[in-house]
Design a protein around this ligand. Structure first.
Ligand code: HEM
Length: 142
């Protein structure tokens, strides 16, 4: 008779996990921890923005609750998750802020710091950053 002691159940769970790798790793969205992971990521980035004297002034009139919701939505859609981004275009939403290349670098570094703290593998981090990089020209010097 099979003894479903705790260790056996644990190894069974591991085996079934390995048998279906596509279920958990098939999209960047899943690799980032799905919605819960993205919420954690954006919350961490918001904390870093708040501490960053070089860029925080850009957000002085921003509705942060709305910004948080839209950033999560956008990252979810970009990474292949089940969301539809409902905010403004990157060009529209960043016009008038005169965001510099150095500001952009700071934000990217905040993403890297928070993803590293979340134990997100570097390859996954780079995959997300590669989705953000094309937005550079829509965001800076506008
Ligand atoms: C690829 C990088 C970036 C992404 C994906 C991104 C994403 C977003 C999103 C989704 C919004 C909300 C749009 C809306 O209100 O409809 C937003 C707004 C905003 N972003 Fe970015 N952003 C990026 C880079 C930056 C940088 C580098 C800065 C400055 C350091 C910045 C400052 C702002 C500010 C101040 C707002 C709020 C505008 C307002 O209050 O109306 N963003 N961004």
């Amino acid at each position: 008779m099979v003894n479903f002691s705790k260790p056996t159940a644990f190894f069974f769970a591991l085996l079934t996990g390995c048998a279906n790798p596509s279920r958990t790793t098939d999209s960047l969205y899943q690799q980032l921890g799905a919605t819960a992971g993205l919420e954690q990521l954006v919350d961490g980035v918001l904390v870093e923005i708040e501490r960053d004297q070089q860029i925080v002034h850009h957000f002085k009139d921003t509705d942060i609750v709305r910004f948080r919701r839209l950033l999560i939505e956008q990252l979810c859609q970009l990474s292949g998750g089940p969301c539809q981004y409902t905010g403004a275009t990157m060009q529209e939403s960043h016009t008038g802020f005169a965001i510099t290349p150095a500001d952009f670098d700071n934000l990217v570094n905040h993403f890297i710091k928070v993803m590293s703290a979340q134990q997100i593998p570097v390859t996954t981090q780079n995959a997300l950053l590669a989705k953000l990089a094309p937005m550079y020209s829509d965001v800076i010097n506008r």
